[in-house]
Design a protein around this ligand. Structure first.
Ligand SMILES: Cc1cc2nc3c(=O)[nH]c(=O)nc-3n(C[C@H](O)[C@H](O)[C@H](O)COP(=O)(O)O)c2cc1C
Length: 323
């Protein structure tokens, strides 16, 4: 089984990715949160930094594009290919209402003619690249509908028209956001119908969850070669190691990971309040490792100064056990 770290905008930037890789090696691919090209054909500084190969040294990183315009996407693909990326992922999953309203991410899925025209423009453009251009593979990360996962059947028919290296499926609709359960029936439908290799993504929190999804696929006569994990890995950064039969993170190890990240955030982010808000967002997930840590986690959330924050983290890690 191959394990992919899902892109999580605002969290898994290059500082997080490289620090995670240093402490918890074993993730096969890290997907870079989306870059959103526009008519100016410039990446934002943050996007450039995040896809800079020097900031992703030693990782297998895959950049991602969020767009609904073939020309802008083709421009971004060339930029990424020039930086040496061999796989580029198209984001058809983002559920944020501001994005979806513009018919981007999972907001494009219900406009099937526009989705098809977008993909057709991208693949036609790629077929016209000159022979000296570096090879690129295109993968897609998708939800299974805008309004409902019943849109899955129509979507897979469209995706089947294009040679994708992988179709990564998060079986929720845009309207679902992150509510309820991932729709495994809709996923299985895609798995059965897709002519492109399919990767499962959604709600994998434990090694047992990964085993279960692999078993469900095996019952359909399909091997699941790869899974993508997002929030589960934020909550437990050792999750892939555990899936490979290794040990769960200890408080001490989490402390070392935390300290390295905290230091690098201080070096790269503008000011304490931005650093603390990044750290608190991580604790929103990692806090789940400490079922008895309620009081300490509350202190972490309430901290407004570095000294308060650091003291609260020290108390949590020295008095509470990871479970
Ligand atoms: C804070 C946050 C940011 C995200 N950013 C992106 C993104 O940049 N690109 C993308 O394709 N998906 C993004 N996602 C979706 C995740 O990659 C993933 O598909 C989703 O969380 C479901 O997987 P999980 O249950 O393993 O977390 C984001 C999700 C969250 C919670």
């Amino acid at each position: 089984m191959q394990y992919y770290f899902a892109p999580l905008e605002g969290i898994t930037g290059y500082v997080y990715r490289t620090t995670h890789h240093a402490f918890f090696p074993g993730v096969d691919r890290y997907y870079i949160p989306f870059a959103a090209p526009n008519y100016t054909k410039h990446f934002k500084n943050k996007e450039k930094q995040d896809m800079d190969p020097a900031n992703n040294a030693g990782l297998h990183a895959v950049p991602q594009i969020l767009s609904n315009k073939a020309d802008e996407t083709l421009w971004a693909i060339e930029e990424m290919a020039d930086r040496g990326y061999e796989e580029i992922n198209l984001n058809l999953g983002c559920p944020m209402p501001t994005v979806a309203k513009k018919k981007k991410g999972s907001g494009l899925l219900k406009y099937t003619d526009e989705l098809d025209a977008y993909l057709s423009g991208v693949f036609e453009g790629l077929s016209k690249r000159d022979a000296s251009s570096p090879d690129v593979k295109i993968s897609i990360k998708t939800r299974l509908g805008t309004d409902t996962t019943e849109e899955a059947e129509g979507l897979v028919r469209i995706y089947n028209r294009y040679p994708l290296s992988e179709l990564i499926v998060h079986p929720r609709s845009q309207k679902d956001l992150y509510r309820g359960k991932a729709d495994r029936e809709a996923f299985l439908l895609v798995l059965r119908e897709s002519t492109n290799p399919v990767v499962y993504n959604g709600d994998l929190q434990t090694p047992q969850d990964v085993e279960e999804i692999a078993e469900i696929c095996a019952r359909e006569g399909r091997n699941m070669d790869s899974v993508m994990i997002g929030r589960g890995l934020l909550a437990d950064p050792s999750l892939v190691r555990e899936c490979r039969g290794g040990a769960k993170v200890t408080s001490q190890e989490l402390g070392a990971f935390h300290d390295a990240l905290y230091k690098r955030f201080q070096e790269t982010l503008p000011g304490d309040s931005v650093v603390l808000s990044h750290m608190k967002e991580l604790w929103f997930y990692m806090g789940n490792l400490f079922p008895d840590g309620g009081k300490c986690l509350k202190e972490i959330r309430r901290a407004t100064r570095r000294a308060e924050y650091e003291a609260a983290v020290r108390v949590l890690l020295s008095t509470c056990e990871v479970h």
